[in-house]
Each structure stands twice: as structure tokens, then as C-alpha cells.
Design a protein around this ligand. Structure first.
Ligand SMILES: Nc1ncnc2c1ncn2[C@@H]1O[C@H](COP(=O)(O)OP(=O)(O)O)[C@@H](O)[C@H]1O
Ligand SMILES: Nc1ncnc2c1ncn2[C@@H]1O[C@H](COP(=O)(O)OP(=O)(O)O)[C@@H](O)[C@H]1O
Ligand SMILES: [Zn+2]
Lengths: 250, 250
């Protein structure tokens, strides 16, 4: 029997909800989620990001958020990013220090994810992007079962190893009847700053072929760009401009 | 009050248990765990690897394991790798297909981790390496609380973002009184195959400085080597030779 979807906060009105998933850690889910949100916001959309990686949240650091969330009797307000006004909610915003651990078992993790949907006052949004943690455990399961998603974007690196774990995520989404919008390959190659050679660190991209076999659209690929890693560390991901991401989002 | 440590299977006799952790996904925990196990096995040690990443297991693929585990009334037997005879146990060995998802919540995940310790017949081992999943949730918590560890090795990439999440893992280990053997920085740079330039994809390594601030030993660093990624995909990680890992393990 289908599980009841959770209602949003009465002061939230969200047009489209897209979750970003991979199953495998470190392939760039948070980075791709951030770049998709930035691209939408630049087009004038009202955008939010829900960081569902409860024990390993990295979204607030990428955007350089220092403020703590406000709250009222109606719920918790997300924090706006400085440049584009993207609304962000993450467990890291609720901790005293960003490197404090959240040592929680499944029920608490699932509870936090639910509250980010029901108790956060997202306001009027055109898009809410949900960044999922690695694996197919409590947080991904709660999001895919209990939040009314319009679709799922899958992120992989070019490696067979990553694609094997990514297939688990795709099978999970299919089992839970969540529509898959497509697959983005990240970290396809890096260009040598000295001689311009394209170095395929993780082998020749097999994601396009894998997407076809899994019968999901291939949305495009992103190279490794050291500027991304630097801007993430400096909390300035909103300053990243690149035609690759625009190609994917159009 | 300290939680009771679980007993091993009566047919297991393990001298040293080391867990490999990072908090952040994709920094190379599984790769470093595999390389440490290979280095020990080459020296003549009897070695095992327990893959505690229940929903995103990648160890069996790295070693190219095709066999399924045997079992008897005394427990489950791990599967030996073809070259060095390293004993491996992973949830992926118990699935019909390696890309089938394990859609479990916390209690089942914790239960599987416990069984890999109490029900697997590891036999006589000099070292058992435990590969932890990302985050500080059920699997890491069960391992750090209930398995008698001799120490923990922390893996990070050079980025601030990764180090922020790694600090969460270090604080978790300290809170649970687990000894930290040291920090390994992975993916420090990649060397251009064309012109030899060292490209620091994730910025200048800050792990050594971070290790000093966290008062844990810095064990060394590993560059990104496309050969590693290829051997992982081909299930031939046991063939990797590199003096960097020998320097770290001595
Ligand atoms: N295309 C890219 N170019 C350069 N660095 C990247 C790219 N994608 C991700 N990264 C970096 O790699 C690390 C892992 O990415 P992240 O988005 O945190 O992965 P995940 O969310 O899948 O764990 C981050 O620190 C990020 O800065
Ligand atoms: N030093 C390295 N050089 C090249 N590839 C690496 C290196 N370390 C890890 N990798 C690759 O990066 C991917 C992520 O590594 P993995 O060990 O699975 O990370 P984690 O266990 O932290 O998620 C793997 O597919 C692996 O092949
Ligand atoms: Zn070059």
C-alpha cells in the first residue's frame, strides 16, 4: 500500500520538487545540486535547497552561510544565500559548530528529514532541490517514500564502480515509483592547465551507455574543474559560471 | 555506561582490528582500506576486510570477487581473494546481483554489521580492516560502540570541505573513546601523463596542518593515480604496486 505523502508547512507553496541522488558518495551530488539551484535562481526562479544529508551536510559551507535560522510559532525559516537569495535548510545550520558530529541512528535521521519538509517555512518556491546522502538507507528512503517528488536526478562519476552503486539508486527509485529525470556524469575529465591535455582520471565515460541501458535520459556531463573545489572551500559556489551546467539545465 | 563489546564467532581469532573512516563519501576509504589490506597480506600477514558499508558496498568489486559465501551451522565463511587470499565479507556477496539495492533502515543496517562480527567465521587473522560508510549514523556507531577496535584510520581529501566533515568523524571517535592511529590524505594531486605537471585538483593539501590541529598523527598522502581507478573497475586492485602505500604502512 502506498505510504501517505507528508503535507508541507501551511506557509510553504512549492511548485516543483527535485531530489538529487547517486547512492555513491563523493561523485558530486552536493555540487550538482548547488549548480542546478544557482542556474535556476539566475533565470529568476525562486529556489530552495533542502540538505537531507543529516550526518554529513556540506551545502551551507559551499554557499558560505554563517547565519543561523530564525523560527516562529509557525516553523523554522531557511537561511538565504548572499548573492542569489537561494533558501537553504541543513542540519549544519542548527549546530553550534560546523564540524560537530551528528551521531544519530535511523529514526532520528528520518525525523529530521521529515521536519525539514513539514516544519520549514519555505514560502513560495518555483523549485526545491533535495540533496540526498549516499546509500539507500533512512534519509533517501524517507524522501522517496514520504515527500511528493516531481522527479529525481541521478549523479555518477564515469567509473564502473560508481555506476554499479548508482544502479542501486535507480532500482530503488523504480521500486518506489519515483520518476527519473535523467543522469548527469560528473568528473568526466580534467584539463591540464599546463599543456591542455584532457586526462580521464576515472576512465572513458560509460555513463551515457549506462543511462541508455537503464532506459533513463542522459542529461550531460561536467569536467573536474579545480575552480569548483576552490569556490566550495571558500563558500563562494554562487560565483561559478560555466556553460556546461547551462547546457544541462536547459 | 560503556556499551558491552560483542564477542566474535567462537571460530574467529583476530589479533588486531582497525576501522577506516572519514565521514565524507568518495574520499577513498574503500580504496585505502583495500591498499592497507593488500600491503599487510604481501608481508605475510593473515588479513580480512569487513565491508560495513551495508547499502553502498564496493569492496567485492574492487577485488573482483565472483563467489558467494559458504555457511555451516557455525556461521558464514568469508570469501578469499584470488591473489593474496584476503578474507572478505560484504553485503554485496549476499545479493543475487551486485547492483541490487539494499533498502534498509537503521535497525537492519546495524543488525547486519553486528552479524558480520559475530556470525562470520574469520578464522585466525593478524589484521581485520573494517571499511566504514560515510556519515556518523547507524553503521559507524555500531562499529565504534560494539566492536572492540584497536584503532581507527581517518581518510580525507585535501579540501577544507572534506576536512570539515572528517573532523566530525574524529570528534565522534574521541567521544566514543576509540584510539585514532592517524590521518591519510588521499587524492593529493594528479600528474599529467603528457607534461608531468602536478595538478592539485582540490587545492594545496591542508591535511597535515589539520592533523596537527586535531592532535592526530599524519600518516602520509596518496596521489590520484588513474591506474587505481582502472584496477578497481577491473576487479584487480590486488595488482596495484606503489611505494606511497608502503611508506604509510611501515
Ligand atoms: N566537477 C567538479 N570539479 C571539481 N571539483 C568537484 C566537482 N564535483 C565535485 N567536486 C568536489 O568534490 C568533492 C565531492 O563533491 P560533493 O558534491 O561533496 O559530492 P557528494 O555530495 O556526492 O558526496 C567536493 O568537495 C567538491 O568540491
Ligand atoms: N588515489 C586514488 N587514485 C585514483 N582513484 C582513486 C584514488 N582513491 C580513490 N579512487 C577512486 O575514487 C572512487 C572513490 O573511492 P572510494 O574508495 O570508493 O571512496 P569512499 O570509500 O570514500 O567512498 C573509487 O572509484 C576509486 O577507484
Ligand atoms: Zn600537461
Amino acid at each position: 500500500s502506498p505510504i501517505e505523502k507528508l503535507p508541507t508547512n501551511e506557509l510553504s507553496s512549492i511548485k516543483t520538487v527535485i531530489a538529487v541522488m547517486s547512492g555513491k558518495g563523493g561523485v558530486g551530488k552536493s555540487t550538482v545540486t548547488s549548480l542546478l539551484a544557482i542556474s535556476s535562481a539566475r533565470k529568476g526562479d525562486k529556489v530552495g535547497v533542502l540538505d537531507a544529508d543529516i550526518t554529513g551536510p556540506s551545502i551551507p559551507k559551499m554557499f558560505g552561510i554563517k547565519d543561523k535560522p530564525d523560527n516562529s510559532e509557525f516553523g523554522i525559516y531557511p537561511v538565504k544565500t548572499s548573492n542569489l537569495g537561494i533558501e537553504i535548510m541543513s542540519l549544519n545550520l542548527l549546530l553550534a559548530k560546523e564540524d560537530d558530529p551528528v551521531i544519530w541512528r535511523g529514526p532520528l535521521i528520518a525525523g529530521a528529514v521529515r521536519q525539514f519538509w513539514t516544519d520549514v517555512i519555505w514560502g513560495d518556491l518555483d523549485y526545491l532541490f533535495i540533496d540526498l546522502p549516499p546509500g539507500t538507507g533512512d534519509a533517501p528512503l524517507t524522501v522517496l517514500q514520504q515527500i511528493p517528488l516531481d522527479g529525481l536526478i541521478i549523479v555518477s562519476s564515469p567509473q564502473d564502480l560508481a555506476l554499479m552503486v548508482v544502479k542501486k539508486a535507480v532500482k530503488m527509485a523504480e521500486k518506489l515509483n519515483v520518476a527519473i529525470l535523467g543522469l548527469i556524469e560528473n568528473m568526466s575529465y580534467v584539463q591540464c592547465p599546463e599543456c591542455g591535455k584532457k586526462i580521464q582520471l576515472f576512465g572513458k565515460g560509460k555513463s551515457q551507455e549506462a543511462a541508455q541501458k537503464m532506459d533513463i535520459p542522459f542529461l550531460g556531463s561536467l569536467p573536474i574543474d579545480p575552480v569548483i573545489a576552490r569556490l566550495c572551500d571558500e563558500g563562494r559556489i554562487e560565483e561559478y559560471e560555466n556553460e556546461n551546467i547551462e547546457k544541462i539545465t536547459s
